[in-house]
Ligand binder design. Sequence first.
Ligand code: GN1
Ligand code: MG
Length: 362
Amino acid sequence: MERLNNIKKACSAFLEFENIEEIENIPNGHINVTDRVKINGRNYILQRINTSIFKDPVALMNNIYAVTEFLRSKITAAGGDPDRETLSLVKTKDGKFYHENENGFYRMYLYITNATCYNKAEKAGMFGESAKAFGRFQNLLAEFDATKLSESIKDFHNTPVRFNNLVNAIKADKCGRVAECKEEIDFYLARRDFCSTITDRLADGRIPTRVTHNDTKLNNVMIDDTTLKGICVIDLDTIMPGSMLYDFGDSIRFGASSAAEDEKDLSKVYCVPELYEEYASGFLGEMKGSITDEEIANLHNGAIMMTLECGMRFLTDYLEGDTYFRTHYAGQNLDRTRTQLTLVKDMEARRGLFEVIIKKYI
Ligand code: GN1
Ligand code: MG
């Protein structure tokens, strides 16, 4: 009841209405709380931002406003439908793009109908379509002025910093969980040197800094129910200057995995070459004109890096008492760590195979 009242109260900052006709929680994300609400016959997305993670939510909303307006004009100029191909913020009655009250910090988007987010590539071709969508997204943003963006989470994909955070969590052992994670900890500690492979190249300019999405999970693309094309990239919270390798890598980490992020049976977890190929083909097809040789040479490192980093983040959170990623059962962050670690092992062991796949599309 309290939840419903809070949703109703937040919605009433944006819209005039008597009743909310439908409310459906959308459980995909690990950070914000997302609901679909139907009001006056129309569907919207209401999100409560996790402000202990996004510490400056107004700056975050300014990023999203700037990016979506930019995309809107690009999409319109290309003859597309901006209400379907990018997120559309709904203004509050007093003309702002967010609403803050005693329950939290909210934003509202138009709901994109006849499209779905998937946690797994359920149908053939779907993962490749998500690749094209992320590739197009990256291309559209190529001319976006990165100085307009504030860093919504500092050092988000700075893997050496993530490594240090893990080391600190191990030292502190706040919850007494270090002893049970010895194998996982040793795995990550042994990969210290690899962690700076991308950050070093960004720092000295061997790899270009681009405006990137930074959270390119398959479920962050809406797939059209009829055409099965990837139509809209969502979850714009972490758009920041970064490397294309982050976006390629995070997509592979999540979407080319044979199993769910928290699968307990690790014998079911590996990186699926056919999915890897589908993604590489779609993404590289879109990026052909702009990708550099050094980026190409490091694409597979990007996949390993994002998977390594995400596993370290899950493990750090487990050691610190599960305060960052939302969990639905005790030990879920450790299960997530183990799948990521298993994927890294596979991507390392079969590096040659994956690099041959990449070569086919360049
Ligand atoms: C979080 O919010 P969501 O679930 O799309 C996280 C990503 C991780 C991902 C792991 C802001 O993404 O960085 O890769 O979980 N987002 C943030 O599934 O930390
Ligand atoms: Mg998301």
